[in-house]
Ligand binder design. Structure first.
Ligand code: V47
Ligand code: SF4
Length: 372
């Protein structure tokens, strides 16, 4: 692959800045924010892709990961009502719902029976949910399924928990860890730029709060995931700034497991706008892989990208598809056309279509089995 890049990249483009980026990638050197910005502005999708795939293979070889999991969105009632979100509704809305504990446990049981050992729980932020409700939901899941990994509550929900309990981030996260949380999901990051947050998510946890919650989780030994919602009103500079903030925190703590770029879906949102192109999706995956040199994994979240782009993304630097999920409501509310959930065989097929070796993992990215 190195020879391929050395032989071809310099012949295929006259872009000298891209040559120098290629040399840095081949020498395993860190890219600067200016170089990441150059890549976002470049039209050389396939060359950026091969560089990202080179870096991915150094880290993950030919493997691509999937997990057998269930996503629980326990309520769509949300006090924040972010303009980019079609999922969150007010308490009195006719489409408002709240799952009770029995419904949650029944959903988990179904996946547990077929070997699923991850619960990804994220939802709206209702005005009436108490601190104890968040903690006891986690505790009851863990008591019912002791060997399950719980990936729950985003930084947005944790920020809300500190508000209602008057506790610190450290105290809330310690309570959640004790109740059974293994990992924090990456949701709620959106874009860290204050300018953009004022437009797309003016009321929920701010960028510094998101980062501080993740920093505190890392200090407490709770690994976390990170996301970026792109393709709405942000500039390329603001995408790079977002990636830089994550890379800087990762240098400090090493606690992030994976980065997940999330393309914006506009249907039914108050913000409106257009769906990103597949070219933008693949380029964003590839640049994330190139720039976030201290992240082990880049997730091509099939729900948000669509199955077809997700399988191609596994050749543009991504090494993980996420999981079977069973049911996902947040991005589907905004028009995502992917299935609501997938069988294990379907995920294996997507990975094999990409020419990669499917590896089932757990929530902590430990390999469970390789599918030949
Ligand atoms: O924070 C909401 C996004 C996120 C829209 O940690 C939208 O492994 C696109 O974070 N268009 C929740 N996206 C999902 C999430 C996630 C998903 C998979 C894996 C992991 C992980 C985390 O969904 C929200 C928000 O950024 N979202 N509305 C929309 N209209
Ligand atoms: Fe609520 Fe999250 Fe939707 Fe914002 S993105 S309205 S915080 S559910």
């Amino acid at each position: 692959m190195r020879e391929l890049i050395e032989d071809h990249i310099f012949k295929l483009t006259s872009d000298k800045a891209l040559w120098s980026i290629a040399e840095k990638v081949l020498e395993d050197k860190r890219l600067s924010p200016e170089e990441a910005l150059h890549l976002f502005r470049s039209r050389e999708l396939s060359l950026i892709g091969i560089l990202a795939e080179f870096r991915n293979r150094l880290k993950n070889g030919e493997k691509a990961y999937f997990i057998v999991n269930v996503q629980i969105n326990p309520t769509n009632i949300c006090i924040y009502r972010c303009p980019f979100c079609a999922f969150g509704v007010s308490k009195g809305d006719p489409t408002a719902y709240e799952m009770d504990l029995e419904q949650i446990l029944n959903k988990i049981e179904k996946v547990y029976r077929v070997g699923g050992r991850e619960v990804h729980m994220v939802g709206g932020v209702p005005p009436h949910w108490t601190y104890e409700k968040y903690i006891s939901t986690v505790r009851r899941i863990k008591e019912s399924f002791p060997d399950i990994y719980i990936k729950a509550w985003t930084a947005v929900e944790i920020h809300r928990l500190t508000f209602i309990s008057k506790k610190t981030y450290r105290e809330v996260l310690t309570d959640l860890k004790e109740a059974g949380v293994s990992v924090l999901p990456g949701g709620g990051a959106e874009i860290f730029s204050e300018r953009v947050r004022k437009i797309i998510a003016p009321h929920k946890a701010k960028a510094e709060e998101y980062l501080e919650i993740h920093r505190t989780a890392h200090m407490l030994g709770i690994p976390t995931n990170a996301t970026m919602l792109y393709g709405h009103v942000e500039t390329y500079e603001e995408r790079v700034d977002h990636l830089l903030k994550l890379r800087t925190l990762q240098d400090e703590t090493g606690g992030f497991q994976v980065f997940i770029p999330l393309p914006y879906w506009p249907n039914g949102t108050r913000l409106g706008g257009k769906r990103t192109s597949s070219v933008d999706d693949l380029k964003t995956i590839a640049i994330s892989r190139l720039f976030l040199d201290n992240f082990e994994h880049i997730k091509a979240y099939w729900v948000a990208l669509g199955e077809r782009t997700a399988e191609i993304a596994l050749n543009f630097g991504a090494d993980d598809l996420d999981g079977t999920l069973e049911e996902e409501k947040i991005i589907h509310s905004a028009g995502a056309e992917s299935a609501y959930g997938h069988s294990v065989n379907k995920l294996i097929k997507l990975i094999k279509n990409a020419g990669k070796i499917p590896v089932e993992r757990n929530t902590l990215y430990e390999s469970l089995r390789t599918v030949e």
